[in-house]
Design a protein around this ligand. Structure first.
Ligand SMILES: Nc1ncnc2c1ncn2[C@@H]1O[C@H](COP(=O)(O)OP(=O)(O)OP(=O)(O)O)[C@@H](O)[C@H]1O
Length: 687
């Protein structure tokens, strides 16, 4: 059954590939679903399919290997064990695969989104830090570990608690570390770069163990013999005294007067954790750019085109939701809006434009929620940024107060104050609730300001820019330390990168892989109907199906359709002398399409699910049932048979069949022509 599920990914990849190569339309495949529903697995299947599909083409092995090997690398550094998924991607990924004019992959480019860097310094009980920490500790050889001054057990380090892990997990970590090293070789990350990467990972572990003591003036101090700070400095290749100084002091430049103020213990701990997060986050982005350098085609090809694959975090509702969930759910609102624009709205507008009779389908347009979050001056992001940037004592509480002042009364915003008694009972005073298109989520405002400000003290930054570890140096050297201008807040950076992503996706023809998790991760054999219905709702499946079922899966302009299929009718072959529309009319008559199976629009022909594709009624019914089988996803998801028989008319499969049917007709035609030619040659020979 798993195979059946993967057929869906293969079919979509195949469809996208054909449209790209034969119709020269750039493609994107959007994979969505909640954590643990199978997005990453599906994206790997798409890549594998493309690799297999292009097997016959020459000189593409290295590129394909590189594309495939980006996965284990990114997973090691960007994935972690969570309560929902043992291998959860903690970042968003958009990958372009570039193809040359022959349809051979020639390179790629990856964009990464919002790594959950808070995980570097703390995780929920039972969860783990990013895999690479454990993999290095378990799989690094003696010589490497000695060089990195590591002691082989995650529990030794504050940032890598490992209570839930067992021997089999350790064995997996060892094996994965080997895979990571292999992948690095394929990507052409040499021995010295590898060493620098592992020095960074080890330095973060040592940094987490740096302890502060209170000196007699009440300020934080690191004892000079503290091995952890010494190890960190040695691995990061910075001066140890300067590192201790930077973690316990802050230099303030007040109108030209440079003053150094000592930090208390809490501030010093904040500075330490902020440095650990910054090093890891920046080094992760460096890794992505390093992958991109390796994936960039050697020669610039102006005729190349791309298929993009988006594997991004799904909607998240946890018992406690914080800044990260707010960002992730905002991202999902934007993608839902794009889906509405690209699929639902455009589909209906196209029928209108083409003058096709059409009963409009109702759907909820979430633009109102996107505006609530991102509208200039009055949206939640603006209010949060204002609080972060204003002088004075801004706190999480004052941010919540402002939110309530400005947004109470909005139909998608609920404050504790204005909530009904039932909601008040489950909502804290430090929380606000958003009615997302996928459901209500209550956010706790604690740490919103800190995470959005994302402050790294200047002293620490300039020290890192002076590092002799070339990766660390390149990660920090571009930060303009002299600039008085505040860097953009975390949410604004995220909003801007999302808007860029939306622009990229809008310029391509989209396909969707919707992943549905049929059960709870901890109870794999129990089918959770409530969980499923929720996903069906938030993935927008019903709206999409309603529009698609009522509509026409296949459409082409008259000119393109006639050019491609003119050989199927004696009246249109070799050339049709009248208007293209009339030629197409002749063609559909020759193909014996029934009246309700197609419509002639102003500029295009629209085809539904023609029975004529099948020789008998039985074959037609059989194929219809086939769709239902294909749509069933995972073996543990037999529930879908019940829920999704409605999906029989899934447009993608129908579209494929229409194409296949027409291609079959073309083949028959060519066969006949070949026979005639052969007979002609034979006849001539005999003469
Ligand atoms: N088709 C499938 N059949 C059976 N199991 C599957 C299938 N797809 C995924 N899984 C299992 O579910 C786990 C989670 O899948 P995956 O990591 O792809 O989820 P995800 O949606 O990317 O999650 P996240 O958003 O947390 O990264 C996999 O490790 C695998 O064990």
């Amino acid at each position: 059954m798993t195979q059946i599920y993967f057929h869906c990914s293969f079919a979509i990849a195949d469809n996208a590939y054909r449209s790209l190569v034969y119709e020269h339309r750039e493609q994107c495949i959007l994979i969505s679903g909640e954590s643990g529903s199978g997005k990453t697995e599906a994206s790997k299947k798409v890549l594998e399919y493309i690799a297999a599909r292009t097997n016959h083409l020459h000189n593409v092995e290295t590129v394909k290997d590189k594309l495939l090997q980006t996965n284990p690398l990114l997973e090691a550094f960007g994935n972690a064990k969570t309560h929902r998924n043992d291998n959860s991607s903690r970042f968003g990924k958009y990958m372009d695969i570039q193809f040359n004019y022959e349809g051979a992959p020639e390179g790629g480019h990856i964009l990464n989104y919002l790594l959950e860097k808070s995980r570097v310094v703390s995780q929920m009980a039972g969860e783990r830090n990013f895999h690479i920490f454990y993999q290095l500790l378990a799989g690094g050889d003696q010589e490497l570990l000695k060089h990195l001054k590591l002691q082989g057990r995650p529990e030794t380090y504050k940032y890598t608690p490992d209570s839930a892990s067992n021997q089999s997990q350790r064995n997996t970590d060892v094996e994965q570390f080997r895979i990571v090293q292999e992948a690095m070789k394929v990507i052409e990350i040499g021995a010295s770069e590898q060493r620098e990467i592992f020095e960074i990972i080890a330095s973060v572990l040592h940094l987490g163990n740096v302890k502060f003591v209170q000196n007699d003036k009440g300020y934080a101090e690191i004892l000079s013999h503290d091995a952890n700070s010494g190890n960190t400095a040695e691995l990061l290749k910075v001066n140890a005294n300067k590192l201790r100084e930077a973690l316990t002091h802050r230099t303030i430049d007040a109108r030209g007067d440079v003053v150094q103020t000592p930090l208390d213990i809490e501030q010093a701990q904040y500075a330490r954790d902020a440095l650990a997060k910054a090093i890891y986050d920046k080094h992760f982005s460096w890794l992505v750019s390093r992958l991109n350098a390796s994936l960039t085609p050697k020669e610039k090809d102006l005729r190349s085109s791309v298929i993009g694959i988006l594997d991004i975090y799904g909607f998240e509702i946890f018992p406690k939701n914080s800044f990260e969930q707010f960002c992730i759910n905002f991202c999902n609102e934007k993608l839902q809006q794009l889906f509405i624009e690209l699929t639902l709205k455009q589909e209906q507008e196209e029928y209108l434009r083409e003058g096709i009779e059409w009963e409009p389908v109702e759907y909820f347009n979430n633009i109102v929620i996107c505006d609530l979050i991102e509208a200039k001056h009055k949206g939640i992001i603006s209010i949060l940024d204002d609080e972060c940037l204003r002088p004075g004592d801004a706190t999480d509480a004052s941010f919540l107060e402002k939110l309530t002042q400005h947004l109470d009364g909005h139909q998608h915003y609920k404050s504790h104050r204005k909530a009904d008694i039932k909601t008040q009972k489950i909502m804290g005073r430090d929380e606000f609730c958003l009615v997302h298109y996928a459901g209500e989520v209550t956010y706790n405002v604690n740490t919103f300001l800190e995470k959005n400000n994302d402050l790294l003290y200047r002293d620490v930054q300039s020290l890192m820019a002076s590092s002799h570890n070339t990766i660390v140096e390149s990660c920090f050297k571009d930060i303009n330390l002299r600039s008085k201008k505040r860097p953009e807040t975390a949410i604004t950076q995220f909003k801007n990168s999302l808007n860029d992503l939306i622009k990229i996706l809008s310029s391509k023809e989209p396909s969707y892989i919707r992943c549905i998790k049929p059960n709870d991760f901890k109870a794999p054999m129990q089918f959770d109907e409530k969980l499923i219905s929720h996903q069906v709702k938030y993935l927008g499946l019903m709206e999409n199906l309603r529009v698609r079922r009522a509509g026409f899966a296949y459409r082409r302009t008259y000119e393109a359709f006639l050019e491609r299929y003119k050989c199927l009718s004696a009246e249109t072959w070799p050339n049709f002398r009248g208007p293209a529309r009339e030629g197409v009319q002749k063609l559909v008559e020759a193909l014996k399409f029934e009246k309700e199976e197609y419509r002639m629009g102003n500029t295009k022909i629209f085809i539904r699910f023609p029975k004529t594709l099948f020789e008998t009624e039985d074959a037609y019914q059989l194929k219809k049932n086939d769709i239902a089988t294909i749509i069933q996803s995972r073996w543990r998801g037999y529930w879908q048979r019940k829920q999704y028989l409605k999906m029989r008319n899934a447009a993608i499969v129908i579209q494929k069949w229409v194409r296949r049917f027409l291609a079959q007709k073309l083949r028959e035609r060519r066969k006949k022509a070949a026979e005639v030619i052969r007979a002609f040659i034979k006849g001539n020979k005999n003469m």
